[in-house]
Design a protein around this ligand. Structure first.
Ligand SMILES: [Zn+2]
Length: 303
């Protein structure tokens, strides 16, 4: 009897790390479902922008697995096309958020055609990868986003900055976003006594690169990895949940208001009895009465 069970939700909002039994190569596979739909659902994005944001979000989760401490990773493109920025952020607990903003001269993101090409969306763009530790100095690397191919650009970035062979594959279709990362282990992490085998890496990276976007968006994690690496035994770790969760808060919003300075705050108070500040990521409305804002003004440390 044929299996007529409906296609199970594909690894919804899960990230799984894996290591190869016989190779000093690690990997990570992720599928975003609900979290991705929440991420793009807060804004009227056209299909092309939603897909691009999905790729950024999947990439941010992959990069977050490389963090060695409690930190967040932000991938942000600044372009010269219809969009001015695309950014996605993922923290150590795999909470994601992100946003797409239109170029000033454009009529807003929503006005962009559904079939806009990557070149039209971002034009000449630079990509900034920022690691912000909970405690400590933030670190930023900047690379050109050539051809609008985020995955290839991030792979090159790792090869250059960490001297580690890396393959990244990203896909998104507005409903699902998916990613695969394959990376050589740093020499210090490689099995004791083992030597990096360039031939082994060459073979695994070539296999990884054959993963198609259609496979990423239709197959479960085990099935994807079995198709790619059936001759290379690997240990697939337990799934880790990924969620859309904005890191905004009332205190952060207050900090942003304080950053406007005293004159600006006084003007706001004079204009309206209640000020609403809507989070650009999650649309949460924070509202402050004139009295609350006046109290901020009375703080001694406001310049
Ligand atoms: Zn928010």
């Amino acid at each position: 009897m044929p299996d007529t069970t409906p296609h199970a939700p594909l690894n919804g909002d899960q990230l799984q790390r894996f290591t190869f039994v016989d190779a000093d190569v690690r990997g990570c596979v992720v599928t975003l479902n609900q979290s991705y739909r929440e991420l793009v659902g807060n804004h009227p994005y056209p299909a092309a922008a939603a897909e691009l944001l999905g790729q950024f979000a999947a990439a941010a989760t992959l990069l977050a697995t490389l963090l060695k401490q409690d930190a967040s990773v932000t991938i942000q493109a600044r372009g010269s096309g219809l969009l001015s920025t695309v950014m996605a952020e993922c923290d150590h607990q795999l909470n994601i958020r992100g946003i797409v903003t239109a170029a000033e001269q454009a009529d807003g993101v929503a006005a962009i055609g559904a079939d806009a090409t990557l070149a039209e969306l971002l034009g000449e763009a630079t990509l900034a990868i920022t690691i912000a530790p909970a405690n400590g100095q933030r670190y930023q690397g900047i690379v050109a986003l050539e051809g609008g191919d985020l995955a290839a650009c991030l792979s090159d970035y790792f090869e250059q900055s960490e001297q580690l062979g890396s393959v990244i594959k990203l896909a998104a279709d507005g409903e699902l976003a998916a990613g695969l990362l394959l990376q050589q282990l740093p020499a210090a992490n490689a099995a004791a006594g083992a030597r990096q085998d360039p031939e082994q890496w060459r073979e695994l990276s070539l296999l990884g690169a054959t993963l198609s976007a259609a496979e990423q968006l239709s197959l479960g994690h085990t099935e994807q990895l079995t198709r790619l690496f059936h001759e290379h035994p690997l240990n697939l770790r337990e799934a880790q949940p990924v969620a859309f969760r904005c890191s905004c808060s009332e205190q952060r919003t207050i900090n942003a208001l304080l950053a406007l300075g005293g004159d600006e705050l006084r003007a706001i108070i004079a204009e309206q009895p209640v000020t609403e500040v809507v989070c650009q990521f999650c649309n949460y409305p924070y509202s402050f009465s004139a009295g609350q804002l006046q109290a901020l003004l009375d703080q001694p440390n406001l310049h």
